[in-house]
Design a protein around this ligand. Structure first.
Ligand code: BGC
Length: 255
């Protein structure tokens, strides 16, 4: 099986999006296909959506899936924004069983980080890079010397105010609390300042849904760290999921 082209899928809080990715170039080979995230976002429903996306591209190659949760060896370990019944499930195996195709599942922020370090905003960076992806949740990934530290969950830290960062400054909270973009930007600044104080990164990359709205909040950010927006914007998850599958191609077997 050829591994250059991999179907990348990004399981997000509001949509599940997929497209074939050329992993050598880091580009989508077709327009992405998006299906609203089913409610409940339980294993059965989500696997059906993944199958539908694969079928829509008549896909018969490897699949990489970015999950909004901690994933270790294909097994989902947390569920802050997805159905609790995911916990303990071997998501990679379920996708393999449903599609008959080799599949790898990886945390969504880790996936986005892989894409940005290889092709985008973090390319060539050796120092500490922190990517923060903001959508329904807040996901994070750290790279040191270009090496990924997997499954960091720094969106769940508690801020000095006592509020959990994700609950205080996610895009879902902006919508729920009807915050103006500048108000939300000020909250995000509190969070990033805390990250800066604790980790002293050389570069912070902002990804996820909010990365498309940079001009609406960027003026509220007052950091000493260099800051940039993910080059692949909201598509970093799709590209990174495909890259992760390719990187692990030796261990991927069809069901
Ligand atoms: C999850 C992370 C995920 C992030 C972004 C958080 O709630 O705990 O694993 O990366 O949301 O989706």
């Amino acid at each position: 099986m050829k591994f250059r082209n991999v179907l990348g899928i990004d399981f997000g809080g509001s949509g599940i999006k997929g497209a074939p990715v050329d992993t050598k170039e880091g580009v989508l080979l077709a327009e992405r296909y998006r299906i609203p995230t089913p409610n409940p976002a339980n294993p059965e429903n989500v696997i059906q959506v993944i199958k539908k996306i694969a079928n829509s591209f008549k896909w018969d190659g490897p699949i990489g899936i970015a999950f909004p949760a901690v994933v270790q060896n294909g097994i989902v370990k947390t569920a802050s924004n997805i159905d609790q019944s995911w916990i303990g499930m071997n998501a990679a195996k379920m996708v393999r069983q449903a599609t008959g195709l080799p599949a790898l599942v990886v945390n969504d922020a880790d996936a986005a980080g892989m894409a940005e370090m290889k092709f985008g905003a973090g390319k060539g960076m050796n120092g500490l890079v922190l990517l923060v992806t903001v959508g329904t949740g807040i996901g994070t990934v750290l790279f040191s010397q270009g090496k990924l530290v997997p499954n960091s969950e720094l969106g769940h830290i508690y801020l000095p105010s006592g509020r959990e960062a994700e609950e205080f400054a996610s895009d879902a909270t902006r919508k729920k609390e009807n915050l103006e973009w500048n108000e939300w930007g000020q909250r995000f600044n509190v969070y990033l300042k805390e990250m800066e104080r604790l980790f002293w990164p050389e570069l912070i990359i902002i990804g996820g849904g909010v990365s498309k709205k940079k001009q609406l909040f960027i003026n509220e950010l007052d950091l000493h760290t260099k800051l940039t927006i993910a080059s692949a914007k909201n598509e970093a998850g799709i590209i990174g999921a495909a890259l992760a599958a390719r990187a692990n191609r030796k261990s991927l077997k069809p069901y």
